[in-house]
Design a protein around this ligand. Structure first.
Ligand code: XUL
Length: 544
């Protein structure tokens, strides 16, 4: 059976999933993952991020990503053993918005990688900037303001690009680089997304940007799928010449470079355009039709669904990206995801079973106790300068109540800030590390008043990349397959698992969400004291 490989360069780790497909026979061969901090301590990252004196700055190392790719390909070659020759295509998924800056010497270097030496020994010279700003960076508020002004305001930009100017998006990051270091900007020949950078290393030549991920730049005209000349002009001079082209999501960008074939014994497998982790996860959770919803609980918590047509979020908080099917996807992203859960768990000296026990032992609605979990600057709603977490009617020392409060807040924030999508949520496909936690899924089901189904494969972004490789390889071979058939057998919910909403608890959250919104507004300095609302909620659910 032909084998397809999906790779995933996320914030904290690098993963691979190999699948085998032939007709209706479908099999996940293996999943592998290496954490950046543990496997590559020499880079000094913490949770995948380089240390910085400025809490608004978040960068990682493109060299680390290259080394992790090399290590993962070695692992995959070992694990595929005699099946290596059956590798038909590879695609990938990467954290969105991050950018990699490359000098002109890279083109020749990429084409002549020496299989006798590891990648990490050969590529340091290609970067015109040693670090890469990533999606956790919140340092570009002045650049966002300037770009917004030049584009005629937030609404005009969102109508063109699917999102207002966001601190973590690539365009504002490029503008900041140009302002801070015009010399290095001038020496930059190509600016890649993390996704197109890694695809370029595999193919040994500059790969195009994929439109799903390209929509996370504030630079792409979402309707035409092309770079917008006006947005490029508003960002930095000469940018058009520095960006790779935008290709179709299913573009075969080349075959594996000789480096990979000679060093690890791979065949000349097709390299398919890489996309962002959220677009890939759309496929990896089987959202290939309009109307469904995925919640992904990872470093970021995201909620998204496929759309055939699109309108931007009038509040400016949500996003519209391209979907790898050629459609669109709407998305909200909350930055304070897994690290916020971990922080509360650690603050109260709990392990994960203890975290689950705390959820089981506390009442839905938490008696009106609220935590607004903005431990780090939040992206939804936009809280660029870290105002810190805020507690309302919540004792900071009460471990179980804080555990419930962080999970309820995260679920309510996703529900509140995704209303603009107007999706009638009946079933949620849950993915990401925390989707393995039954108690968290129960809160999700009650807050959204929807059935929650976790999927068999937890890393849906990586699986989505493997499925995209399969789809594109078939298309390239003249055998186009509908997306329903691409995902069939891979993205089915795990049987017997999941959570159903409890109607009385769902009704309670419908009221608590009004309280939570008021707490968010108060915490942002845009609303009054939510205490009267909290008291009213408490009186109503006193005996709950
Ligand atoms: C989406 C976003 C995050 C990153 C995390 O807009 O910023 O979900 O893609 O990997």
């Amino acid at each position: 059976m032909p084998v397809y490989l999906g790779l995933d360069c996320s914030t904290q780790s690098f993963s691979a999933i190999a699948i085998a497909v032939e007709g209706s026979r479908r099999e996940v061969l293996f999943e592998r993952s290496v954490g950046f901090d543990e496997y590559f301590p020499q880079y000094g990252t913490r949770d995948g991020v380089l240390p910085s004196g400025d809490p608004l700055v978040a960068r990682s190392s493109p060299l680390l990503w290259a080394e992790a790719l090399d290590r993962m390909m070695e692992i995959v070659a070992r694990d595929l053993r005699n099946d290596r020759s059956r590798l038909a295509a590879i695609s990938g998924s990467a954290q969105q918005h991050g950018s990699v800056y490359i000098g002109a010497q890279a083109t020749a270097l990429l084409a002549a990688l020496d299989p006798g030496r590891p990648l990490v020994a050969q590529v340091p010279g290609i970067f015109s900037r040693p670090d890469a700003p990533i999606w956790l960076d919140a340092s570009t508020t002045p650049q966002c303001t300037a770009i917004t002004q030049a584009m005629g305001g937030e609404v005009a930009l969102a109508r063109l690009a699917g999102s207002r100017a966001c601190e973590r998006f690539t365009g504002p990051q490029i503008r900041k680089f140009f302002e801070d270091d015009p010399g290095a900007y001038a020496r930059t020949d190509k600016i890649h997304l993390v996704s197109s950078f890694l695809a370029s290393l595999l193919a040994g030549a500059h790969a195009p940007v994929e439109p799903g991920d390209g929509a996370g730049t504030n630079l792409m005209d979402l309707a035409s799928g092309c770079w917008s000349p006006a947005a490029l002009d508003a960002t930095a001079p000469g940018l058009a010449a520095k960006l790779p082209g935008i290709g179709a999501s299913w573009a075969v960008v080349g075959t594996l470079a000789p480096y990979w074939m000679r060093r690890y014994g791979f065949p000349p497998a097709r390299v398919v355009a890489w996309s962002g982790d959220n677009p890939c996860s759309l496929i990896g959770t089987g959202q290939v039709r309009e109307g469904g919803v995925t919640i992904s609980l990872g470093t970021s918590d995201t909620l998204f669904g496929l759309r055939r047509t699109w309108q931007p979020d009038p509040s400016g908080a949500g996003h519209v990206f391209g979907a790898p099917t050629g459609d669109y996807m709407t998305l909200v992203c909350c930055r304070n995801g897994s690290l916020a859960r971990e922080r509360v768990r650690e603050e109260h000296g709990l392990d994960w079973p203890g975290f689950s026990r705390a959820l089981r032992g506390t009442p839905p609605g938490n008696g009106g106790a609220i935590l607004v979990p903005w431990f780090e600057p939040e992206v939804t709603p936009s809280v660029p300068v870290g105002g810190g977490a805020r507690r309302y009617a919540l004792d900071p020392a009460d471990g179980p109540a804080n555990v419930r409060a962080v999970v309820e807040a995260q679920m309510m924030a996703l529900a509140i800030h995704s209303r603009w999508m107007r999706i009638r949520v009946e079933t949620i496909h849950a993915t990401g590390g925390a989707a393995a936690n039954r108690e968290i899924l129960q809160v999700m089901a009650n807050v959204h008043s929807a059935a929650v189904r976790p999927l068999k494969v937890g890393n849906s972004a990586c699986l989505g990349a493997a499925l995209r490789a399969y789809h594109a390889a078939e298309l390239a071979a003249g055998r186009p397959i509908p997306w329903d058939l691409v995902v069939a057998g891979f993205t089915d919910p795990a049987p017997g698992e999941g959570a159903a909403p409890v109607p009385a608890h769902a009704a309670r959250y419908a009221e608590l969400m009004t309280v939570y919104s008021a707490c968010e507004s108060h915490a942002r300095g845009t609303g009054g004291d939510p205490a009267p609302l909290i008291d009213a909620f408490r009186r109503r659910f006193r005996r709950a």
